[in-house]
Design a protein around this ligand. Structure first.
Ligand code: P6P
Length: 336
């Protein structure tokens, strides 16, 4: 029956249940708990300027970054909500040094582990710039019934069963994939429900937006410097110079580039020898989204999704977006 209103996220999950890997309803339930947590975090973000939740929590995360109070709130909210449902046996988070194992007998037999960046771009919160949440879902590979192990989290991105992000922007959206394309849902605050607003998202094969922190130019490898100059060179046939757009929130920069076409780059640099972005809970989930939307995501050489992780918080260089633009950027990295 055709609804006389947009399909809700809950209806979408039910209608597409059979497409989900190992469709037993657990993945749908897991995605529903992420939906719930995102609404709770969204509410706090929307009033951050009012509540005494701005400013630093006075603690540091493993990255040595000051934790904003909303970082801590978002982390606690997602972990508590994931724990309250029975589908997840362990969680790893940007905000936590080590992974968490849910070891009661309900959870230890659960199938899934979740890796999460609960509030990406959180330094933007105090200046009212959009931020996001990124999540990555795997089936555990260790023995069901036993506590999760590090190996459950150190799986290559091509083993993800689902991945997605939440954008807390001018509107709040959830965008996710279970390996059958990418769909975007916008929160209708008047009814507190996510509605299908961007079905079957596809990234244009080419665009004219490049997103990189040019303030780090002096630290970039020569090939990246050459590519930036290429983006700024006049060539009307190739629609250059490209437009520079970079807001310091990976989720938002990538979401815009998926909709309009473009490339996001966080390369290596003398300040960050392996790049800044984390493989497991930033680059992998967004790489799955980008590839499912028809784009490309590499470390400058190989697919992000094919990298075998070695550490929970490992960083990788990141070139992601419109396929033709990523290939173009990669061509500048090869020693000429
Ligand atoms: P820089 C936020 O801390 C983040 O991980 C991404 O969301 C963002 O794109 C990047 O770092 C910004 O880093 O070094 O340009 O400030």
């Amino acid at each position: 029956m055709k609804h006389h209103r947009p399909t809700t996220l809950g209806e979408f999950l039910m209608e597409n249940q059979e497409k989900f890997p190992y469709a037993t309803g657990e993945l749908s339930q897991l995605l529903s708990s992420i939906r719930l947590a995102s609404k709770v975090v969204n509410r706090e973000i929307n009033k951050a300027g009012l509540a005494d939740i701005l400013g630093l929590a006075g603690s540091e995360n493993i990255q040595g970054e000051n934790q904003m109070k909303l970082d801590v709130f978002a982390n606690d909210t997602f972990i508590r909500t994931l724990r309250s449902m029975g589908e997840v046996c362990g969680v790893a988070s940007e905000e936590l040094d080590d992974f968490i194992s849910f070891e009661d007998n309900i959870h230890s037999s659960s199938k899934y582990v979740v890796l999460i960046d609960p509030l990406d771009g959180s330094s933007n919160i105090d200046v009212n710039v959009s931020v996001g949440t990124i999540f990555s879902i795997y089936r555990r590979i260790s023995e069901p019934g036993s506590p999760v192990k590090l190996e459950d989290f150190l799986q290559p991105g091509n083993a993800q069963v689902a991945a997605g992000y939440v954008v807390y922007g001018s509107s709040t959206m959830i965008v996710f994939t279970t390996g059958h394309g990418v769909n975007g849902f916008t929160l209708d605050p008047s009814i507190g429900t996510y509605c299908l607003s961007h079905p079957n998202m596809k990234i244009p094969s080419k665009g004219n937006i490049y997103s990189i922190n040019e303030g780090n130019y002096v630290h970039f490898p020569e090939g990246v410097k050459k590519y930036i100059k290429f983006c700024q060179t006049l060539d009307l046939k190739s629609n250059r110079p490209y437009t520079s757009r970079y807001i310091g929130s990976l989720v938002c920069d990538l979401h815009r580039n998926i909709l309009k076409g473009g490339i996001y780059i966080y390369p290596t640099g003398t300040m960050s020898p392996n790049g800044k972005l984390r493989l497991l809970y930033e680059c992998n989930p967004l790489a799955l989204i980008i590839e499912q939307a028809g784009g490309r995501a590499t470390n400058g050489e190989i697919r992000i999704l094919d990298i075998k992780p070695s550490k929970l918080h490992q960083r990788v260089p990141y070139f992601a977006g419109s396929t033709e633009m990523v290939l173009e950027a990669e061509s500048f990295l090869v020693e000429r």
